[in-house]
Design a protein around this ligand. Structure first.
Ligand SMILES: [Fe+2]
Ligand SMILES: [Fe+2]
Length: 481
């Protein structure tokens, strides 16, 4: 099938016939050196010369699209890969519902579309910047390889958005593409666009929580952009989602293996009480209450990424046919939401109440609910791991009013079960719910690198299967290449 295989003969691998599109090829070749400079400055620190066992896309066919090999990260073949065009595709929602999907930018919605692409694009390099110091404390070569795989793919996702900007937006697209290389995570004068992407990722548990919770926000955003009536955006996002699945796998299994090791160590030492934090920590593992606090932090930072519960921007993007709902085409309704309502949690007279809002303006809330349901399934799988070891403890997602900086609950304090409390009560108890400085210090002490082939740091269990079915002693990263 045409467009499935990737052309590696050009400097920029692609499945979109870039050699025939001289203008865009030239623009991307012009952007390339700046990208490499950015990668050398802001990419994984200390491992740019190492040989890493990475997967590279060779096809966009969902079955068997990747090939594995050793590669130095700066030589990774970042390509432009779009899912195959679906013949006869129509705009699946909004005012233009049922019209043929657009192959060119719809003029009236140009600014909104560009903004959606730039916001998505900005998150991709941000996470690479946030994670750049982690290689040095990797708990194994297996984990180090997974970190670098996520990093190079986030780099590729930046390419994906930059391609759309260069191909469809002319001069202002070029300027936006340059700006994407100029902003920096956590910078005071040039920060990344969204809050969670300016937070530090100081340790490996944070990294795993980030890939579980924040990459999953990415998945939800990509899912809704994959519904877009602007077909090139839809096709780009559909392929990105196949890569995103691995990022969430890294997060879920990373946290899962941490939990597993903690519970095993407790059992071996005969400790039954999961709240005996000091005793558990003395075993060189991360106690479950601290894991819950990390979960609370990363889940709530990620909830903020969905924006305000009630939003006219979200309604406009839907009406315009640019950004749909999660699994839009599987939903059985008019796909215009003319008269529909959706229940939204709001703060009414100091109390949390469920209020019916027009479904159009409640789209952020709906996507966030879908996200929460998806997170909850993963948390249940973690609880299964705990249960199997016989330890009496359950992890839970906190209430959506807890620890929020955006939306309905940004001005109040709530407990993890959703009780509104006074500022003083919050100050007194917040260290029971969110990681404290001393929790951070403890985790940092544990972050001793383990670079021996097939070995793992004290606080994390080995994976059940290797990457690309490799055996346990496989050298995933040849550090001193
Ligand atoms: Fe991404
Ligand atoms: Fe990702």
């Amino acid at each position: 099938m045409l467009g499935l295989n990737v052309d590696y003969s050009t400097k920029i691998p692609n499945n979109i016939g870039l050699t025939e599109d001289r203008r865009v090829l030239k623009a991307l070749e012009g952007w390339h050196p700046g990208y490499i400079d950015w990668w050398m400055d802001m990419g994984p620190e200390g491992f740019q010369e190492s040989l890493v066992y990475l997967r590279t896309a060779v096809s966009v066919d969902p079955k068997g699209w990747a090939k594995f090999d050793y590669v130095k990260m700066p030589e990774y073949r970042w390509g432009i890969l779009l899912a195959p065009q679906v013949e006869g595709r129509t705009v699946p929602f909004g005012e233009h519902y049922g019209e043929p999907a657009w192959q060119e930018v719809p003029g009236e919605h140009r600014a909104m579309l560009r903004r959606l692409i730039v916001i998505q694009g900005d998150t991709e390099p941000a996470s690479v910047e946030q994670q750049r110091h982690l290689g040095k404390t990797a708990p194994s070569l297996y984990d180090m390889r997974n970190l670098f795989q996520v990093n190079v793919e986030e780099g590729r996702h930046l390419w994906a958005m930059v391609y759309l900007l260069h191909k469809y937006f002319g001069r202002d697209g070029r300027e936006e593409a340059d700006e994407l290389l100029r902003r920096r995570s956590g910078s005071t004068d040039h920060p990344r666009m969204l809050g969670a992407f300016n937070e530090a990722t100081p340790d490996w548990l944070s990294f795993f929580m980030f890939t579980f919770f924040t990459d999953r926000d990415g998945k939800m955003q990509l899912e809704s952009l994959a519904q877009s009536g602007f077909d090139p955006l839809s096709r780009t996002c559909r392929f990105m989602l196949t890569e995103e699945a691995h990022h969430m796998f890294v997060g879920e299994t990373g946290v899962g293996r941490t939990i597993q090791r903690t519970c095993e160590a407790m059992k071996e030492a005969g400790i039954d009480d999961p709240h005996a934090v000091g005793k558990v920590r003395a075993l060189g593992v991360i106690d479950l209450p601290t894991i819950q606090k990390k979960l609370n932090l990363h889940y709530t930072l990620s909830l903020d990424l969905f924006g305000s519960e009630v939003s006219t921007n979200a309604a406009n993007a839907f009406n315009a046919g640019l950004k749909g709902r999660f699994e839009e085409t599987k939903i059985d309704d008019d796909h215009r939401l003319s008269n529909a309502t959706y229940p939204v949690l709001k703060l009414v007279g100091g109390e949390i109440k469920r209020v019916d809002e027009p479904a159009l303006t409640a789209l952020n809330m709906r996507l966030r609910d879908d996200y929460t349901a998806d997170c909850a399934k993963g948390v249940e799988r973690w609880n299964k791991i705990i249960e199997k070891t016989g330890v009496d403890f359950r992890l839970a997602l906190p209430h959506v009013a807890f620890h929020r900086h955006i939306g309905e609950f940004r001005d109040v304090h709530a407990t993890p079960v959703g009780e509104i409390i006074a500022d003083a009560a919050w100050e007194k108890q917040k260290e029971q719910w969110l990681p404290s400085a001393s929790d951070g210090d403890f985790i940092n002490e544990l972050m001793k690198p383990e670079f021996d082939t097939g070995k793992f740091a004290s606080w994390i269990a080995p994976p059940r299967v290797g990457i690309d079915n490799k055996q346990g002693d496989f050298e995933y990263v040849k550090i001193a290449a």
